[in-house]
Design a protein around this ligand. Structure first.
Ligand code: 5RP
Length: 223
């Protein structure tokens, strides 16, 4: 199977897992990226079985609305039962690196608010140790140079993502050469640097369930 076929397979598995649990007033959190896009497209076939979605990016909002799925602001939503999103890396604790698409901050906010975080990913994302994928860090533009210096002190090699502006009007540093043994601690340390909006480690709030697309079929992983 190609990577796209694996992404489609896990999106289907997530739809089969989530949709039967939805009620007519349910609101679902939706992530960003190519795997999340497959999920959105399949979810659209179940319009009417739930009320709508909260989205983690402008791109996903646009896609949901094209399908006629109502998108709500997070502040007006009382209960978010499920959040469905892809990842750039996952370890066996379902701690993730996210933000390859630059939507990490809104993704982390929606994940934090959700009762169940369902991650969907193809097998290339499954790793022993997080950090081969450069860790995205969203920064306030005026703080970029300062944050770069502080990240170097922590042993990382920050690379400015030229020409990219997040949905929040900020910039991204992609941090290379990290060997992440304690993801929860590093997530905290990075967030304490003044000027960092958030970083792409999802360790304090990992996924609850991962549908991993492999050549042998979709594997279900729990932390
Ligand atoms: C976007 C993300 C994505 O979930 C991550 O980059 C995976 O993307 P894809 O499903 O296209 O492989 O974190 O900010």
């Amino acid at each position: 199977m190609t990577p796209d076929e694996l992404k489609l397979a896990v999106a289907k598995a997530a739809v089969d897992y989530v949709v039967p649990k939805l009620e007519s007033d349910s609101i679902i959190g939706i992530g960003t990226g190519s795997t999340a896009n497959y999920f959105i497209d399949l979810l659209a076939e179940h319009k009417g079985k739930f009320e709508g979605a909260v989205s983690s990016s402008k791109a996903s909002t646009e896609r949901l609305e094209k399908h006629g799925i109502p998108v709500y602001g997070l502040n007006g939503v009382e209960v978010l039962g499920f959040y469905i999103d892809g990842a750039d890396e996952s370890n066996h604790k379902l701690q993730l690196i996210k933000g390859g698409g630059g939507a990490l901050t809104r993704e982390k906010i929606v994940a934090a608010c959700s009762e169940v975080f369902v991650c969907i990913a193809d097998e290339s994302k499954w790793v022993e140790t997080l950090g081969k994928f450069p860790l995205p860090v969203e920064v306030i533009p005026m703080a970029r140079a300062y944050v770069q210096t502080e990240i170097k002190r922590l042993g990382g090699k920050p690379v400015y993502r030229h020409g990219f502006v997040t949905d929040n009007g900020n910039e991204i540093l992609d941090v290379h050469d990290l060997d992440i043994q304690n993801a929860i601690e590093l997530e905290k340390q990075l967030n304490q640097i003044t000027g960092v909006v958030t970083n792409g480690l999802f360790a304090a709030r990992p996924a609850d369930i991962l549908f991993l697309g492999t050549q042998k079929g979709v594997e279900v992983k729990k932390a």
